[in-house]
Design a protein around this ligand. Structure first.
Ligand SMILES: [Zn+2]
Length: 138
């Protein structure tokens, strides 16, 4: 089976991946207005400030949108289908796309509360993913 694609950090995204390798979800935060945003930008999308730092977030959020993938986009994902790709609205505001894991795809729904966890891809490389915190018992 081919390997799952690895992240390819650049200067704009390196802090995100460094945080993930330390099992911490970090997001760009404006030093002027304190608002978080994502993806990384050179100007705060809320107030236009250039003073951006990376700060830890709680990891709590809810599913804003989602889809269940049944057909693998590449051989690396063939062993994973069906799996859930969700757009997660973090409690701090930013939205990010990731996998919803540790649950049955049929049980995942919009509005569901989730918490960040980390999937180790290779030595020292971890992918932020999310798992439901209000799993239905079945
Ligand atoms: Zn701002």
């Amino acid at each position: 089976m081919s390997e799952r694609p690895q992240p390819n950090p650049d200067p704009a995204t390196a802090p995100y991946w460094t945080g993930a390798s330390q099992r911490q979800l970090v997001m760009p935060q404006c030093e002027a207005c304190e608002a978080f945003h994502f993806y990384p930008r050179t100007l705060c999308p809320h107030c236009g400030s250039q003073a951006i730092r990376w700060s830890p977030v709680s990891g709590f959020g809810s599913i804003y949108s989602m889809t269940v993938v049944h057909r693998a986009p590449s051989p690396a994902f063939e062993g994973l289908v069906p799996y859930v790709v969700g757009l997660v609205a973090l409690d701090e505001g930013p939205h990010l796309m990731s996998n919803i894991v540790n649950c049955e795809p049929a049980d995942v729904h919009i509005g569901q509360k989730v918490l960040a966890t980390f999937l180790e891809l290779s030595d020292g490389v971890a992918l932020p993913v999310f798992e439901p915190i209000d799993k239905k018992s079945s």
